[in-house]
Write a protein that binds this ligand. Structure first.
Ligand code: HEM
Ligand code: HEM
Ligand SMILES: Nc1nc2c(c(=O)[nH]1)N[C@H]1C(S)=C(S)[C@@H](COP(=O)(O)O)O[C@H]1N2
Ligand SMILES: [Mo]
Length: 341
């Protein structure tokens, strides 16, 4: 079969394959955002890369589908532009890294384009769903072999791109399992998840409610200093960067010791801004309230006077400007998977 006849076969199967890889890419992208440790993160980013490249591999066939369409709709064109923008930004994130382009980062463009594409994609699929359904012959040996060949091509292309990335010494080669690129601790940017505000708190008068007790910042500092308490942890933000630092503070099990948690409950950490995360009670010993990074007091934008450090969890769990820590009746899985502010 020559190339011309290969591409002429574009049609229903192209659209179904595109449906599968776009949804796979979207879901695995969120899995990559949620993952904090090596194995889940590697699974998510490899799957995501393979789905993403699967979208790219279908371009020649989808081009034929589009060129045959009797009319091109604005909404479909907008979808096309958004998906292309998303894919390009994905490659920029991988091969160039965390950097500002005209005031935005590759991940902001990448996820922003994907989110705006969702309603257009749903509309496109609903409008064109006729004659696109799965059929019995899609489960034939032949069809399954074709699917396997496509998966192998996408996986092989992903491996080849990783190879090019490391052979050229591009930033892709040194990114970690979550896909993040290294920043020096001193360059950590003041990072807002979505729409949170930055409060200016006075360390001298700020009080934390931890369990049933009120703490001043000086008391936390004194406890940490008296016992030389510090934790080395990696802040890994979903915007595509990470930084290693040593954090001075106190683990929560030292501060909540006389609170007996009931089964199914969680530790709730609340910022003065209202930004809240719930953690499993068993993690109390591994969650730190810190006042300093590499010996230097926290800056206003980066959580001063007290923030949470949650080693092994992505940055959005590291609640800044902590006001309250308490054992809550709500289980830790009963919260939005990502903050909404
Ligand atoms: C990101 C993915 C996709 C993009 C960018 C895209 C884009 C387009 C564009 C620009 C056209 C030309 C007709 C029009 O303007 O509506 C088209 C045609 C078509 N699309 Fe998609 N599409 C995508 C995914 C899908 C999926 C998942 C389906 C599954 C139902 C689908 C089904 C169709 C069909 C059946 C046509 C042919 C319509 C005709 O010839 O009358 N598309 N697509
Ligand atoms: C239509 C949806 C999406 C498509 C087609 C897509 C496609 C891609 C592509 C092609 C890459 C480059 C992969 C590589 O070179 O290994 C990439 C990287 C990435 N995408 Fe997406 N993506 C989508 C949605 C998302 C979403 C919703 C998120 C997060 C919520 C996300 C997060 C990421 C991350 C973190 C990377 C970097 C991964 C790494 O370094 O290996 N993506 N994406
Ligand atoms: N209250 C509050 N805490 C927050 C955030 C926020 O927006 N509000 N952003 C989180 C995110 S997404 C990250 S990556 C880290 C960033 O910490 P930094 O400002 O020291 O970089 O703080 C987390 N804690
Ligand atoms: Mo973040």
């Amino acid at each position: 079969m020559n190339l011309k006849t290969l591409f002429r076969r574009a049609g229903r199967r192209t659209n179904i394959a595109l449906f599968a890889v776009v949804i796979g890419a979207f879901l695995s992208g969120w899995a990559a955002f949620a993952a904090g440790t090596a194995v889940p993160a590697t699974s998510a980013t490899v799957a995501h890369g393979v789905f993403g490249i699967g979208v790219v591999l279908l371009v020649p066939w989808k081009s034929v589908v589009i060129s045959r369409a009797p009319a091109i709709r604005w909404a479909s064109l907008a979808l096309l532009v958004l998906i292309l923008l998303c894919v390009v930004a994905g490659f920029v994130q991988v091969f160039v890294g965390y950097r500002f382009f005209l005031g935005v980062t590759p991940i902001q463009v990448h996820v922003g384009a994907a989110l705006i594409a969702v309603p257009l994609f749903a509309w496109h699929v609903i409008r064109h769903r006729r004659r696109q359904r799965l059929q019995r012959r899609d489960l034939s040996r032949r069809a399954l072999l074709r699917t396997a060949a496509f998966t192998a091509a996408a996986g092989g292309s992903w491996l080849a791109m990783e190879g090019v990335g490391s052979w050229t010494g591009s930033p892709a080669a040194s990114r970690i399992a979550t896909g993040s690129h290294e920043l020096a601790a001193a360059d950590i940017p003041a990072t807002i998840w979505l729409l949170d505000s930055v409060p200016v708190l006075d360390p001298a008068t700020h009080r934390l409610m931890i369990g049933d007790h009120t703490w001043s910042v000086a008391e936390l500092d004194a406890l940490a200093a008296a016992e030389s308490l510090a934790v080395a942890a990696r802040l890994d933000c979903t915007s595509g960067w990470y930084a290693d630092a040593s954090w001075i503070g106190v683990p929560l099990d030292r501060l909540l010791d006389n609170t007996s948690p009931s089964a199914g409950s969680s530790i709730e950490v609340v910022s003065t801004t209202g930004y809240t995360r719930h953690f499993p009670v068993a993690e109390a010993g591994a969650l730190w309230l810190v006042t300093r990074r590499n010996g230097v007091p926290l800056g206003v934008g980066t959580g001063a006077p007290v923030r949470l450090v949650a080693p092994g969890r992505r940055g959005f769990w590291w609640v800044k400007w902590v006001a309250t820590v308490r054992v809550s009746d709500r289980p830790d899985w009963w919260q939005p998977p990502f903050p909404l502010q």
